[in-house]
Write a protein that binds this ligand. Sequence first.
Ligand code: SAM
Length: 230
Amino acid sequence: MVAKEVFSGNFALYYEKVINRISSPLYVNRWRRNLVKGALSCLPKPQVVLDCCSGAANIGELLLKEVPDCKLINCDISPKLLSLAKEKLGDTAFFIRSDNRFFPIKDNSVDLIFSSFCVRNSLEPKLTIKEVMRTLKPGGVWGILDFFKNEKNNFSLTLNNILFRSFMNLNKFVSQDNRKAIDYLFESIKNFLSLQEFKEILKSYGFKVVQTQNFMGGLASTLIAVKKEV
Ligand SMILES: C[S@@+](CC[C@H](N)C(=O)[O-])C[C@H]1O[C@@H](n2cnc3c(N)ncnc32)[C@H](O)[C@@H]1O
């Protein structure tokens, strides 16, 4: 199963209306706020912002509270989640259905890009990184939040992994679609890059990583990277 199928089927609404509604106030919104705050500390007044894999605009909502007059473009593959994003943001933002490897956006035209739980879901993560590189302006900022593959275990990570996986596993009992989606989530983390590997790739593509932060012992991490000026 690939992410596109997971988020285009019945699981998409369950994810947003149940999983996200429970997990956001408990911990995920803290990660998202850290991402938005970190990016804005590098670029306080971005004019054009692209939220790649925007889903139901959970990042956009936080961003527009801080920078209400920016031009926010939400890109996502899932029509269901884009509809929820439209309900939430109305005409304060733009909405584009697109794959995270091919944004219909001009070269060097975006000030700030967010990829929250996005690159891991790409069929070709390196193409997604290249696409960010192509569309960001020189000096532009990229904020990433994701579950990276863990290389080193520690007590906090082990405990948080047990809690996180138990919560996700409970959702499997609801439907067959949920079972496939949660299995996909665990597989995608196992097959993804570690934070260190990801940072190395960013450097090789011409980004400077300026901030990283781990949450819950490294269960999730945020990174802020800047596209080098030529
Ligand atoms: C876990 S959700 C995260 C949504 C949002 N960024 C957030 O923080 O709440 C992952 C999102 O990635 C989108 N997605 C998955 N595969 C994609 C692809 N190939 N291209 C674009 N979006 C994709 C899904 O539709 C979904 O909205």
